[in-house]
Design a protein around this ligand. Structure first.
Ligand SMILES: Cc1cc2nc3c(=O)[nH]c(=O)nc-3n(C[C@H](O)[C@H](O)[C@H](O)COP(=O)(O)OP(=O)(O)OC[C@H]3O[C@@H](n4cnc5c(N)ncnc54)[C@H](O)[C@@H]3O)c2cc1C
Length: 478
């Protein structure tokens, strides 16, 4: 019987790719929208030499998850646009805080002096960690804000980690689990009595490839990963924008005659002794096994009739809405400071989360291209009155003028409101995911779950999540 994949975002397409590699056919993908790629969406303006990213902008090459994506990129023969660690976009990260633009320190020397918006040299935060007592944390989880505040002080929690969390998941560091980004540091602190102590101790215990997870590569690490390490890439994009990745996956699957059924929303999912049944608008599709890459709230809708308790657990994973506004100007002389972009710490209480300087990261043929992100965890505070696209663009332009001194009208712009686009790994997330997977295992449901709701929100994480779920299937799933 066929294996079905729900969703043709990057995790669903990757699941299909790994399923095909491991088991071959039969295999079908059901996707609700008329396109593949989910939150990866590029709008190309080839004639003018620029493009807009409506969702994800860059991919990081680090670690097993980074290596895994590079293997896929290599196998799909995509052209990579690397940004080396020495590139201005990798070195310069800005904050808009206390009414001005501040450059975050990017060298060891930067830890010594007082750098705005901080009122003390950053090395003092490290001393704080050495001195601070260790609190055994209840339920082995806490917010990343409280962890950083405990170990390094309130300034770092407000002006370093909080904006970083906005940049990664548009979330509130006071709610997001420390395990989302700092699991290892947290565990070291709990075990060795301090973050620095733990990190120093770990330096003497080099990890094996197996511990780093690199064992997933059968023979050797991917060549493109070796190149990324040798050339010290900080991040990369793709020629033609990130949507080339899901598009190339779709083309590859089409060449292998895998059926990607677009505009086919799954409406319910039930299970019986023979396997799974997927209800589409006008058909019932049986499947031997289902891999869902759907957002948790979508999967909850599908299973709630037969498995209300599973649906309730899935619904406990909250999501936020993000407004993405792309702006293009004809001149490339507008930005007074180069860098990846800027973030706005939530303590500033402004409607924008940050601005990405796309044309500093990648060549945009003489155009300045910016992306303003707004909303996230604070969407309801600022945008509950459902402002029009024009009002949203005006807000973005107002802050571009105020912060970057760019007051001219953009030549071209695009406003997207992405509803429920980023899951929030709030305190207890890891336990929730374990409990969801335990439920599926206990009831022996022919179902695997992958994608942004479960094992990390970055592109690398969701591709690796898909691969691991396929690897976990028993051989008889073929
Ligand atoms: C604004 C923004 C910026 C980001 N920036 C970055 C970045 O710079 N770098 C990075 O690494 N990551 C970034 N991310 C995260 C990354 O893009 C996403 O986590 C990733 O694309 C999610 O992929 P996915 O396949 O898990 O989910 P999705 O992209 O949500 O795909 C799920 C698919 O399922 C489909 N679907 C939904 N319901 C049904 C149904 N009932 N039946 C069938 N199909 C259904 C949807 O239409 C969709 O195509 C960003 C995300 C956002 C929103």
């Amino acid at each position: 019987m066929t294996t079905a994949v729900l969703g043709a975002g990057i995790s669903g397409l990757s699941a299909a790719y790994y399923l095909l590699r491991r088991f071959g056919k039969p295999l079908t993908i059901y996707e609700a929208s008329p396109r593949v790629g989910g939150w990866i969406r590029t709008e190309c303006h080839k004639d003018k030499g620029f493009y807009f990213e409506g969702g994800a902008h860059t991919i990081r090459p680090q670690g097993v998850a980074g290596a895994n994506t590079l293997e896929l990129v290599e196998q799909l023969k995509l052209e990579v646009k690397p940004i080396a660690k020495t590139h201005v976009a990798a070195r310069n990260r800005l904050l808009y805080a206390k009414g001005k633009l501040c450059m975050l320190p990017n060298s060891i020397g930067g830890l010594l002096g007082v750098k705005e918006p901080f009122t003390q040299p950053l090395y003092k935060a490290l001393l704080h960690d050495l001195r601070a007592a260790v609190t055994k944390v209840k339920d082995a989880d806490e917010s990343i804000y409280s962890f950083v505040e405990r170990r390094f002080g309130k300034e770092l929690a407000d002006y370093a980690i909080s904006p970083m969390i906005c940049g990664i998941c548009a979330g509130d560091a006071r709610e997001i689990s420390v395990r989302f980004l700092m699991e290892e540091l947290f565990e070291k602190e709990q075990k060795y009595g301090g973050v620095l102590k733990g990190v120093l101790y770990a330096r003497f215990k080099a990890k094996t490839d197996a511990q780093l997870g690199m064992g997933i590569f059968a023979e050797q690490q991917p060549q493109l990963y070796a190149k990324a390490c040798a050339e010290k890439w900080a991040m990369y994009g793709l020629e033609g924008g990130l949507e080339q990745l899901p598009r190339a996956l779709r083309s590859y699957l089409a060449e292998q005659r895998i059926n990607v059924q677009l505009s086919s929303r799954a409406q319910s999912l039930s299970f019986d002794s023979a396997g799974a049944n997927i209800s589409l608008r006008n058909a019932e599709q049986p499947a031997g096994h289902v891999i869902s890459s759907l957002p948790a709230h979508q999967l909850a809708l599908l299973v709630r009739a037969q498995h209300p308790s599973l649906a309730a657990q899935l619904l406990a994973i909250p999501y936020v809405d993000v407004i993405v506004i792309n702006l293009q100007y004809n001149s490339d002389k507008l930005l007074q400071l180069d860098g990846f972009g800027l973030l706005v710490p939530p303590v500033e209480q402004l409607p924008i989360l940050g601005i990405i300087f796309d044309s500093c990261c990648f060549d945009m043929s003489g155009n300045t291209v910016l992306t303003v992100m707004m909303g996230g965890r604070w969407f309801a505070n600022w945008f509950a009155h459902q402002p029009s696209q024009k009002e949203l663009r005006d807000i973005a332009q107002r802050y571009v003028a105020k912060i970057l001194n760019i007051s001219e009208e953009p030549k071209f712009s695009r406003v997207h409101t992405l509803q429920k686009c980023i899951p929030q790994y709030t305190v207890g997330h890891k336990r929730r995911v374990e409990s969801i997977r335990n439920y599926i295992a206990n009831y022996k449901l022919p179902l695997s779950v992958c994608g942004a709701a479960f094992d990390g929100v970055g592109i690398n994480d969701v591709i690796l999540s898909a691969r691991r779920q396929v690897d976990l299937l028993p051989p008889q799933s073929a």
